[in-house]
Design a protein around this ligand. Structure first.
Ligand SMILES: [Fe+2]
Ligand SMILES: [Fe+2]
Length: 471
């Protein structure tokens, strides 16, 4: 399905046939561009970046690569092809044809799901806006901007659904997407992890490893939705999300590679004197990002999550591959429970544990990348294993929000937590050190000293290609 680039808003949803909707989106467009210029990447309005732009949603050849002036990027609306006779695959409506209009009785739940997802997209652009000042190479700078423009497009995707299916309150929600801002004390973004600063590149790579992976799991669960336009837009967003996680995983891997090289070369675990990032520091960043991302999945026990599932709005990860009845009526399971004497368990309805299920799949997926990191460390003959902290560590939402635990999961008092947290989470001193490394490298092919070069360039271009033109 080719995209229509003749319209003011590129799309594959026949926007040209619906002049009312087109006009409504055209009214939102200038506010979006203004937001991009004010709150998007700093100092990026005049440079040209080697970006990919979606031209169709076919698996092969959906993207076109060229140097683009960033505010001229063609943000558009792309939905994956409708599946032939797609049926709802879970919940009370299992087996019924998917909906192409909003089922009236589920309107407010659907709106809430779309708004919560949509809000994270511009949030991440805002969180990352300062990073362009200190990119470790042109290759990395280009990747940052690619992620940023695609998060902008993800906002477009959700705003399209709000405009096309929710009428006036949808339009109001779309306006508010540009009015809340990451870290704004008065009008913050909806989810806590999307209000944290991402001002150094170690944080950026962790963000694209952990937060974007949360995005993958949320989108995958929404891609199962019985509301077909939501499913189709999430399916296409997932293809872009994969690239964001690639940026994260390869970024962390390249930092680790450089660290390991310095450790071997100088026979030390402390590579700071040589301009590297210690493995211990990387572990602290993992502890922080992973634990705040677990909070993004919400409470382990949630009536909302049960409703979303029963209503057929949000499924489980790879719902159709799960071997059960996809309804779960009357099913029960045990989940942990915090008591005065420690951790016990309680039996709850499986339906209310949907957030936990998605989070467990996220943890397994996060661990797979860590295994690859550890293999690389071991290949340098270094006896260090990076780990995901225990689910009880540093939590502010759900079962464990009222207790403190070590990264190994041992319960400790609040006093002990206060005493020991500097060993587990980034300290001001750690942040100051990492920030001291953040100096821009803008010569094509050159890398900052704390990160190894990538294995290959982008879209067949060499590593020393001019991915960003400053003029
Ligand atoms: Fe996104
Ligand atoms: Fe993303």
């Amino acid at each position: 399905m080719k995209a229509d680039y003749n319209e003011s808003i590129p799309n594959n949803v026949n926007l040209g046939d619906d002049r009312r909707l087109l006009r409504a989106l055209e009214r939102w467009q200038p506010a979006y561009i203004q937001w991009w210029k004010d709150m998007g990447p700093v100092n990026s309005n005049d440079i040209e970046v080697y970006l990919r732009t979606a031209v169709s949603v076919d698996t092969d050849g959906w993207a076109h690569f060229d140097h683009v002036k960033m505010p001229d990027y063609r943000w558009g609306i792309f939905l994956a092809e409708p599946g032939p006779d797609r049926k709802i695959s879970f919940g009370a409506h299992k087996g019924e044809p998917v909906w192409n209009e909003i089922p009236g009785e589920y309107r407010s739940e659907l709106r809430r799901l779309i708004v919560t997802q949509g809000d994270t997209e511009p949030a991440s652009v805002e969180q990352q806006r300062e990073l362009g000042r200190t990119a470790p190479s042109l290759y990395d700078l280009r990747n940052l901007y690619q992620v940023n423009v695609e998060e902008g497009r993800h906002l477009w995707a959700m705003v399209y659904l709000l405009h096309a299916y929710f009428g006036r309150d949808g339009r109001e929600e779309a306006d508010e997407m540009l009015e809340r801002h990451a870290g704004d004390p008065d009008r913050p973004r909806i989810l806590k992890a999307f209000n944290e600063q991402t001002n150094d590149w170690l944080s950026f790579f962790m963000f694209t490893y952990f937060q974007d992976r949360d995005g993958k799991f949320q989108l995958a669960a929404l891609a199962e939705s019985g509301f077909d336009p939501l499913s189709r837009t999430c399916r296409f967003m997932l293809t872009e999300e994969a690239h964001h996680m690639f940026v994260g995983e390869t970024g962390v891997m390249r930092i680790l590679q450089r660290t390991c090289e310095l450790m071997r070369q100088h026979d030390t675990t402390d590579v700071r004197p040589f301009g590297g990032i210690n493995l211990e520091t990387v572990q602290k960043w993992i502890n922080f990002h992973y634990s705040i991302c677990l909070d993004l999945f919400g409470s382990e026990r949630s009536t909302n999550a049960a409703n979303y599932f029963s209503m057929g709005l949000k499924g489980r990860y790879q719902e159709t591959k799960i071997d059960d009845d996809h309804k779960l009526d009357g099913e029960q399971m045990d989940i942990p429970k915090v008591t005065e004497d420690g951790i016990d368990s309680e039996t709850i309805s499986t339906l209310t544990a949907m957030n936990l299920k998605l989070r467990q799949d996220y943890t397994a997926d996060s661990q797979r990348g860590l295994n690859r990191f550890n293999k690389m460390i071991a290949a340098h003959d270094i006896d260090v294993t990076l780990t995901l902290p225990d689910e009880k560590f540093n939590r502010t939402i759900g079962i464990y929000s009222g207790i403190e635990a070590t990264p190994e999961g041992e319960l400790i008092s609040a006093e002990e937590w206060a005493k020991r947290r500097a060993a587990w989470l980034p300290t001001d001193e750690d942040k100051a050190y990492v920030n001291s490394l953040m100096v821009p490298v803008t010569e094509p092919g050159k890398m900052a000293g704390w990160i190894a070069p990538p294995k290959r360039g982008i879209h067949g271009r060499p590593i020393d290609y001019e991915y960003v033109l400053f003029h």
